[in-house]
Design a binder for this molecule. Sequence first.
Ligand SMILES: Cc1ncc(COP(=O)(O)O)c(C=O)c1O
Length: 500
Amino acid sequence: MAQWTSAMGAAQLARLLNSQQDRPAGPGTRRPPAYRALADGIRLLVLEGRVPVAARLPAERELALALSVSRTTVAAAYEALRTEGFLESRRGAGSWTSVPAGNPLPARGLEPLPPEALGSVIDLGCASLPAPEPWLTRAVQGALEELPPYAHTHGDYPAGLPALRAMIAERYTLRGIPTMPEQIMVTTGAMGAIDAICHLFAGRGERVAVESPSYANILQLMREAGARLVPVAMADGLSGWDMDRWRQVLRDAAPRIAYVVADFHNPTGALAGDDQRRQLVDAARSAGTVLVADETMTELWLDDDVDMPRPVCGFDPAGSTVITVGSASKAFWAGMRIGWVRAAPDVIRSLVAARAYADLGTPVLEQLAVNWLFSTGGWEQAVDIRRAQARENRDALVGALRRQLPDWEFEVPRGGLTLWVRTGGLSGSRLAEMGERVGLRVPSGPRFGVDGAFEGYVRLPFTVGGAVAEEAAARLAAAARLVENGVSGGGGESPRTFVA
Ligand SMILES: Cc1ncc(COP(=O)(O)O)c(C=O)c1O
């Protein structure tokens, strides 16, 4: 069987390669031979995730034609890539991209570091903010008042408290998506929701299409469930979803599920437009793929003039293609551990059974607290505080980076909690390693890729502002100088850098 999971056409690859030529060459760079330049271009595309790992490349003759170079040049470039471990070939199956076995992939198990262990270290690993007080305290007090009738029950609600299910359903209905309580399951965070979905749909060997890059912990959860990840490269900038690519992958790989974060995508901050949403749902339906839309970031628009598109499930009136996941973690507080799923009632019943052996249910008191927030309007006020914090932090971080690291490139997202930064040709893994020396925890790009892509990136969250943001950027610049000067660390990126 062929080892590739998607295919890259000659015209498409030529377009990507030509777009690289706009990038400035480093100082004193000499022009390499044509085959070397081509091999380097393809290698960079793989490392940046713009060409997925395990993507079949066009035949030599086709690529030569598309690039107007000789076939010998392409053959020599492919040969160089094979020698370096970036390409595998088999007679009859073609050639597909890979990453070398020794590529410095960051450790995959991500261990949370408790805040009290940080000391003077600035932690840019977690895209989570402190609770928007006084709303956490008020919500817990409200929950305590509601608790007595529940204290007389067994307390096991595997699908969630009926009151909270009804409230979440009503909130979808108010967004224009008619929803019944039977279509909602309350989960232990969005992670709990995706875990149950993976149990039900994406067991061992199943293909799962994911944006590349995507949220690190979900990728890891899926890997551990035994799924085969099929990366679909995000387009440059904040436009995000290249629909030709999605249609091709869904058609060619026919994955069991596709996982997307259409609202302020983690890590890029991209926001899908109505058309992209409609096309994603249509392509998934045609391929028989379940489209999982993660709305964890949905309420975090940071600029007032952002027009929020219709929810992805709004383009699936039959309700048979899209499963929606939501969470209180980013809009309110990650310590709450409340998430939910919206799906067809029969899917919810199966998901309830699928989650039963993991955690049986979600804590009642926290469910009551979120229900209190939703029913009193406290939620809206709390989310306003959250948006103001995140906006202020985003603007401080962007300013500090432009001052301290003017060569680094990024697009400023209109919402979400993360900035996806191209590090001016420096290795993100080495930056993370040197960051540890200067008191900064920063996750490298490859944590957000499938199989080693995005070495030239880091992800920075909107979690620090003012003088701390300035200091964080100064430490990043210090780490960059250590990398440029070739200081060796030895240990690699700490597996303890927690990514959320
Ligand atoms: C896109 C996305 N989905 C899910 C999660 C995890 O959410 P929860 O804390 O609700 O489990 C995160 C956290 O960073 C996220 O960014």
